[in-house]
Ligand binder design. Structure first.
Ligand SMILES: [Zn+2]
Length: 190
């Protein structure tokens, strides 16, 4: 992002003298932008490919769920290579999906019981958000809502580019931020 011609808002075509000014402009004018100017270049992933990444996500999030005290709190993990088109097709129609063209970065949040229900639909798996210890009835789970508050699960996709020997190498990475809790349930809880 150093050449003069590239410092231009991809959404309204306003030109800027510095990348930092474009970032400020984007934050002020297009904070909730959903338009992806290069959407045509993102092929629709096959369902096999999509499920490969959904399954990876479920395996990794369950590894973050536990039954002890230190299993409670803010958690995060990344899938170090995650295709952009898979991320876009999973989340592009969601209410809290947004895209920053200047940063080439996407974000999508889910909140509360409504968010939890929506994620069950997207992942096509009702049990994605918890792990149960069958001997103690203790459950480790992703916290999205309790009697006091709503909490978020946030998905972020960003890209790293390496330029070397006249070649560009790009790496797409997905990061997920969420909050976990652990509790003993008296009744069998679904
Ligand atoms: Zn603009």
């Amino acid at each position: 992002m150093t050449s003069q011609s590239s410092i231009c808002c991809k959404l309204c075509f306003k030109a800027f003298t510095a990348y930092q000014k474009l970032l400020v402009h984007e934050r002020n004018k297009h904070l909730y932008n959903k338009t992806i100017p290069h959407f045509y270049s993102l092929p629709q992933p096959s369902s096999e490919q999509t499920f490969y990444y959904i399954n990876s996500f479920i395996v990794l999030i369950k590894k973050k769920l536990g039954f002890s005290r230190h299993a409670v709190g803010k958690k995060r993990f990344s899938i170090e290579t995650f295709p952009e088109n898979v991320f876009v097709y999973l989340f592009k129609n969601e209410e809290k999906f947004k895209y920053s063209p200047a940063k080439h970065k996407y974000q999508c949040c889910f909140e509360g019981f409504a968010g939890a229900a929506r994620l069950k639909e997207i992942f096509r798996y009702d049990h994605w958000s918890f792990r149960q210890n069958l001997f103690t009835n203790t459950k480790g789970y992703v916290l999205l809502e309790d009697y006091e508050n709503k909490y978020q699960v946030k998905f972020i996709w960003g890209q790293t580019t390496l330029s070397e020997n006249d070649r560009e190498f790009t790496l797409g990475k997905m990061t997920c931020n969420f909050i976990t809790d652990s509790r003993e349930f008296q009744e069998k809880y679904v």
